[in-house]
Design a protein around this ligand. Structure first.
Ligand SMILES: [Zn+2]
Length: 140
């Protein structure tokens, strides 16, 4: 029963986010920037949009306070990773249930890429227990 539920959830995520990267990114932004976009460096909300990075998927911002440039993914588990966000969600949700081989087949990526990502995610999740996936560095 429990595993059916988990299976259903990840199917839903797969459907929602893998098929629609914009939806995945909007979901991510809603959570990360729930109180508005702030600078991860100094905490200021005095920031402005500066276009996009990673194939125009991820928003880039600059801070008026300290001049820091950052993106939606800065200081999160997703920074400097080039897979679609929906696929990264999928890997995180399924990495304890599916083999690297299975994930790489399902997502159509090289075994090596999935293996590396999966290890990085695991390491990150073990190190950061407080809202590890979405919140980035605690700014308080
Ligand atoms: Zn700043």
């Amino acid at each position: 029963m429990k595993s059916d539920l988990v299976g259903m959830k990840s199917d839903l995520v797969l459907e929602l986010f893998i098929s629609n990267e914009e939806k995945a990114l909007n979901f991510f932004r809603c959570i990360r920037w729930s109180n508005g976009v702030y600078c991860p460096e100094c905490g200021s909300y005095d920031v402005y949009k500066r276009g996009y990075v990673y194939n125009k998927r991820v928003r880039r911002y600059s801070c008026n306070e300290c001049g820091n440039n950052f993106t939606d993914f800065s200081e999160t588990i997703f920074a400097n990773k080039h897979l679609p966000l929906g696929e990264m969600f999928y890997i995180i949700l399924n990495q304890d249930k599916k083999s690297v081989n299975q994930l790489s087949k399902e997502l159509g990526h090289k075994w090596e890429s999935i293996d590396r990502l999966s290890k990085e995610f695991k390491e990150y999740l073990e190190k950061n227990t407080k809202d590890p996936v979405l919140s980035g560095k605690n700014r308080n």
